[in-house]
Ligand binder design. Structure first.
Ligand code: OOG
Ligand code: NI
Length: 485
């Protein structure tokens, strides 16, 4: 199994379009499409930009610590849902053409508060330089009809046949995608055609929905109906990034947009921003046409698509992630014991007791991922006595404490299954039905890699490699090895 990991941004020429440029153009096309389909998304983007502008103007140079205004303004993630390994493999080719590769494996079937019959990955650029040029990712879920906790054998068979019979992506699009993957670019005529076909594949179809079939699947799960109840796929949401999600939440409510009850992920607190915080406005009622058993077609509505927004923080090491999970469990325990308390009251207290209060401690305790720059004075051979002493000890924590190494946070570029499940659940009208007595079909990261013919990368491995590369560069400057333990 091989994975193509581009070396850096590719420029293309006047007559060709690189994967990088294609990604930027696709992200813009998808944004225009989704804005035309879901006008509230345009409001969300406008408010997000106002929030980011406010943060930049009040926060000085540190405001851009976790992302430049330019990057954050362009930053989006989309979410799509498909029905089978075959469709997932096709999605992988469509995004491979854009320099986006599978990263992370999320099993949402045993997720709290509501299980969803899908497993997911995210297609994204892996190289920080590529992310910096155009930070676009797509959270992609695939339905598991074989999972007996959700679908009995009869429904599984009908669902699989329905999905096998449809074609989400035209063969011409897949041919163009394969060409882009092979060459890292397309001719400008091919690029235009690719963008038209790819964008159209994610538009909401005007085809009438089979009412009875959709309703049967909806009794199991709204997400199963959204995926397997129709013959096409569509972009479910497109998420801008903000630098202050609490401000965003309040600003949207002030405009009269109904938001879900909570911001998912770490709480608002005085310590460092870590991982990912997300919230959304509630799924909107969109007009859809329905075909009934007697063949008649009527106008109706479905509530499936919503507007999500997110703030990103420092990536956590496996030890940091364990701590994060422990704190989340502790918050749940305290709320269960004191149901009159809200999460917004409890979580900051739990975090104040159990999590480092500063970025620097997050680094020296080995809980967050950082890259390191060497202090200018030390590099010039003019370090203070403290710095020289730390250099003798050679441990990262000492070198950071003595300001020999300046840690720069690595931003979390991935997703959180618990938040994903929370966002899915808060936007479903009905939780559906799962029978936990039955066994679930085994699906893991190895299964997904095999389906894609590509290694699904482990996010923490990518952050660790980035951190290690910066330490090697620091070792070269300092002329000595650094102890990372
Ligand atoms: C995906 C939900 C997960 C996120 O940001 O965590 C997600 C979906 O609704 O299809 O997008
Ligand atoms: Ni999302």
């Amino acid at each position: 199994m091989t994975s193509t990991n581009p070396v850096g941004p590719q420029v293309g020429t006047a007559t060709t379009v690189s994967s990088t440029a294609l990604r930027a153009r696709f992200a813009a096309r998808l944004s225009a499409l989704y804005g035309s389909e879901v006008p509230a998304y345009t409001t969300l983007v406008t408010v997000s930009q106002e929030v980011n502008q406010r943060v930049m103007s009040r926060g000085g140079p540190d405001a851009a610590r976790l992302g430049s205004m330019e990057r954050v303004t362009a930053e989006r993630h989309g979410a799509i849902r498909v029905g089978s390994p075959r469709e997932l493999e096709q999605v992988s080719r469509v995004f491979g053409a854009l320099g986006m590769f599978p990263c992370g494996f999320y099993d949402l079937r045993d997720a709290a508060p509501a299980p969803i019959p899908v497993v997911s990955t995210a297609f994204r650029p892996l190289d920080p330089a590529e992310l910096a040029v155009n930070p676009f990712r797509v959270f992609t879920s695939v339905l598991i009809p074989e999972d007996r906790r959700f679908f009995d054998a009869d429904l599984e068979g009908r669902l699989r046949r329905f999905i096998e019979a449809r074609e989400l992506f035209p063969p011409e699009l897949l041919t163009l995608a394969d060409r882009a993957i092979a060459h890292g670019e397309l001719s400008s005529a091919d690029a235009d055609r690719y963008l038209d076909l790819a964008t159209a594949s994610f538009a909401l179809s005007p085809e009438p929905v089979d009412r009875a079939w959709y309703a049967e699947l909806e009794r199991v799960s709204g997400v199963a109906a959204d995926i397997g109840g129709v013959t096409t796929t569509h972009i479910n949401h497109l998420t801008p990034r903000v630098l202050d999600i609490d401000d965003l939440y309040a600003s949207m409510q002030a405009r009269g947009v109904e938001m879900i009850d909570e911001i998912q992920g770490p709480p608002r607190w005085d310590g460092p921003d870590v991982l990912l915080r997300q919230t959304s406005f509630r799924a909107l009622s969109e007009p859809r046409r329905f075909r009934h058993q007697d063949g008649s077609v009527t106008e109706g509505a479905l509530r499936v698509r919503f507007g999500e927004v997110e703030a990103r923080g420092v990536a956590l090491t496996p030890a940091g992630r364990d701590r994060f999970d422990e704190l989340a469990a502790e918050v749940d325990r305290r709320i269960a014991a004191n149901p009159e308390l809200s999460r917004a009251e409890v979580a900051p207290q739990v975090w104040a007791q159990g999590f480092p209060a500063t970025e620097r401690e997050l680094c020296t305790q080995g809980l967050g991922f950082f890259t390191f720059g060497v202090d200018d004075a030390v590099a010039a051979g003019a370090g203070s006595p403290d710095q020289v002493a730390a250099l003798e000890r050679r441990a990262v924590a000492d070198l950071v404490a003595a300001d020999v190494l300046h840690p720069v946070p690595i931003v979390y570029e991935d997703f959180l299954p618990r938040s994903a499940a929370g966002i899915f659940a808060s936007n479903l009208t009905d939780r559906g039905a799962m029978d936990a007595e039955h066994g679930g079909a085994e699906r893991d990261v190895g299964w997904m890699s095999q389906v894609l013919g590509l290694e699904v990368r482990v996010p923490e491995d990518i952050y660790a490699a980035e951190s290690a590369a910066s330490l090697s560069a620091a070792e070269a400057v300092l002329g000595r090895t650094i102890i990372t333990q």
